[in-house]
Write a protein that binds this ligand. Structure first.
Ligand SMILES: [Zn+2]
Length: 68
């Protein structure tokens, strides 16, 4: 599980909505890395941030189900 900045709602007013920071599991990070120009991750900020919740933003897997 990683904390990542991703592309969000580009029509939003705030940068926090345009580039939200979310937790993503390793599978989603790996899938995005192979998506090339369709990639949705702007940058990986670091390890899982419990302040952002306890599950993957994209697929919903819980942090306890995966090795961090
Ligand atoms: Zn995931």
């Amino acid at each position: 599980m990683k904390c990542c900045t991703v592309y969000g709602d580009m029509s939003a007013d705030s940068a926090a909505d345009q580039y939200p920071t979310v937790n993503l599991c390793n599978e989603c990070v790996d899938a995005d890395a192979s998506a090339k120009e369709d990639a949705q991750i702007v940058s990986i900020e670091g390890d899982y941030d419990p302040g952002l919740g306890d599950s993957c933003e994209w697929c919903g897997v819980e942090v306890s189900d995966e090795q961090i």
